[in-house]
Design a protein around this ligand. Structure first.
Ligand code: C2O
Ligand code: CU
Length: 472
């Protein structure tokens, strides 16, 4: 279950190949490509027993999609699942009709049906794809994959590696436990797996990322877990973060890498430890199941003795800049969960007490005093914004829980946390809100449509922390 050298050479070769493709062949490759969502078995470790998964093209994660900035993407989703689905391109600023949200932007794709997604990728960065239908079940079953958009001028590195983290809940016989949709998970920390997966195989200290001393690696981390938060640290190394959620950030050292569900971090890792050494990559989160992998240095002589001098700052994407002089204040307060005070809220326009919300609707959270079913037609948007409106969104977390809040179709700047200006003013599409925290995020509502705004702990989203923001 280690990463074989051969896998690395394969992925490195695939990447160099993609970069070397002349424009002509990139275009030629842009016919409709089909991704088939289906059921299959896959071993958690090489040669180990097989586990039941749902996934794209028979593998977990699904195929790694790689494009260039400005390229047009044509993807057909072929639904070989026994249930409806629809696929969302998390972080890609697509037109609303291509956003993959059933009942909001499209009709669900029925079993045996297909749907064509076609859009231009405006931003470079690390994104991902996953269903937005019954996501609390379909994503942890294995339906997710990486969606990478190359910069026009990428930073110089020796290797570019994508890691998708997730987890699964496995029973004594090695099969997935199918206890999706429990109200106890909806109303608490979400449904956690009991095994961590790195690229669809068991994570752990024995998983080796083989490196050569002196190498510079760009590591793209994606958290595809439905509820698990990671807090990673590479022993003996201080990686530098160059992007959050695909968007450039001032490069900075980060000894602790926190990724909530849905979030991505791009790192530059200068491997300057001696040949032959080994360094675990720990997960220090309180719900951690142990290290996720190890950096394993080969015995080869160092490639270089001082880190590569090339700049690591990414060229920023052209995101519309929110202007403090003209932004409008909007507010969303979050309430609910098993811990904390009982709340009141409306479901389908009817005011209810928390036990009624839970018992008669299976919901546990409210946003501005409303709880929504994941698949209810969301007629009443949480917020109505004008096209081009500059927005300062105040998010008030009145719960005892952490929530990775995600907005579709836009990126926002994280402006302030608990009233204090953030040092990086970073762009994100998903931000981790700590218990009882207040957060201000700013953006320009320039993409017309109904956009989902929800917690990316997928059980919380299904439990009511999901609504739409209308830009019209
Ligand atoms: Cu990654 Cu609304 O989703
Ligand atoms: Cu949440």
């Amino acid at each position: 279950m280690t990463f074989s050298r051969r896998d690395f050479i394969k992925s490195a070769a695939a990447m160099t190949g993609a970069l070397a493709l002349p424009w002509g062949s990139v275009r030629a490759a842009n016919e409709f490509r089909t991704l088939r969502a289906g059921l299959f078995d896959q071993a958690l470790r090489e040669g180990g027993p097989e586990t039941n998964f749902w996934g794209f093209d028979g593998s977990v994660p699904g195929p790694l999609l790689r494009y260039r900035k400005g390229e047009s993407v044509r993807l057909t989703i072929d639904n070989a699942l026994p249930v409806d689905t629809a696929v969302h391109w998390h972080g890609v600023r697509v037109p609303s009709a291509m956003d993959g949200v059933p009942h909001v932007t499209q009709a669900p794709i029925a079993p045996g049906g297909r749907f064509d997604y076609e859009f231009v990728v405006p931003d470079s960065g690390t994104f991902w794809y996953h269903p937005h239908q019954m996501s609390f079940e379909q994503v942890p079953r294995g339906l997710y994959g990486a969606f990478i958009v190359e910069e026009d001028r990428p930073v110089e590195v020796d290797r570019d590696i994508v890691w998708i983290l997730s987890d699964v809940k496995i029973d004594a016989t090695g099969r997935q436990v199918e206890d999706f949709g429990r109200i106890l998970d909806f109303a608490n920390d979400g449904r956690l797996g009991n095994r961590v997966l790195l690229d669809g195989r068991l994570a752990g200290e024995a998983r080796a990322l083989e490196v050569r001393s002196g190498e510079r690696i760009r590591l793209r981390l994606i958290n595809a877990a439905s509820a698990r938060i990671f807090d990673l640290a590479v022993a003996g190394h201080t990686p530098r973060v160059i992007a959050y959620d695909g968007q450039a950030v001032a490069p900075h050292e980060a000894s602790s890498l926190v990724l909530g569900p849905g979030m991505r971090t791009d790192l530059i890792l200068d491997c300057m430890a001696p040949p032959g050494s080994r360094h675990p990559i720990a997960d220090r989160h309180r719900r951690s199941l142990g290290p996720i992998a190890s950096l394993v240095y080969s015995d080869e002589a160092p490639l270089r003795h001082t880190p590569l001098g090339a700049p690591i700052e990414l060229e920023p994407n052209a995101l519309p800049e929110p202007d403090p002089a003209s932004w409008h204040d909007h507010y969303i307060m979050f309430q609910g969960g098993m811990r904390g005070e009982p709340v009141i809220g409306a479901v389908d326009g009817k005011p209810l007490r928390s036990h009624e919300i839970m018992e008669s609707h299976g919901l546990a959270w409210t946003m501005n005093y409303t709880a929504e079913h994941e698949h209810a037609l969301m007629h009443v948007p949480l917020l109505q914004l004008g096209v081009g409106e500059h927005v300062l969104l105040h998010m008030v977390n009145d719960t005892d829980y952490v929530h990775p809040m995600h907005l579709h179709g836009h990126f926002f700047r994280v402006v302030a946390i608990d009233g204090r200006r953030t040092p990086l003013q970073e762009w994100r599409d998903t931000v981790l809100m700590a218990p009882r925290q207040t957060m201000e995020v700013a953006f320009v509502a320039d993409n017309p449509g109904d956009w989902m705004f929800h917690c990316h702990i997928l059980d919380h989203a299904a439990g009511g922390m999901m609504g739409t923001i209308r830009v019209a």
